[in-house]
Write a protein that binds this ligand. Sequence first.
Ligand code: ZN
Length: 150
Amino acid sequence: MSDLRDLYQEVILDHSKGPHNRRPMAEASRTAQGFNPLCGDKVTLYVKLDGDRIADVSFEGSGCAISTASASLLTESVKGKSLAEADALFQGFHDLVTGKVSHDEAGDNLGKLKVFSGVSEFPMRVKCATLVWHTLHSALNESQQTVTTE
Ligand code: ZN
């Protein structure tokens, strides 16, 4: 597991240094903001919908390595997914980072998101990892919402 853990930390570091899909989106169908006052993480999420499918997703914001990497990996994970699939990913991710399910029990649909399994050992970091997911949930359910983890 320690080799795997090193690999996971490397992936998180890579995504925090060079996040994917960090750009504004003028033609977004939905936008939401998230804020984690405990750490100071801020994120704005842009979603472009095509029917019930997420055609494109991007983010802007500043925060710690975990929150930035989580936003980057979220955009990669939910792009092209249906709203129901995105919701299932959110549930699975939440269960993983809160320790409800272990790394090995987590569904294969999580894919790369499993790099965050170690976060469950650091309760303060759970909000950093889940902030962007709560923000996505808000963007998909209500437009122009602000989420705070408090
Ligand atoms: Zn943070």
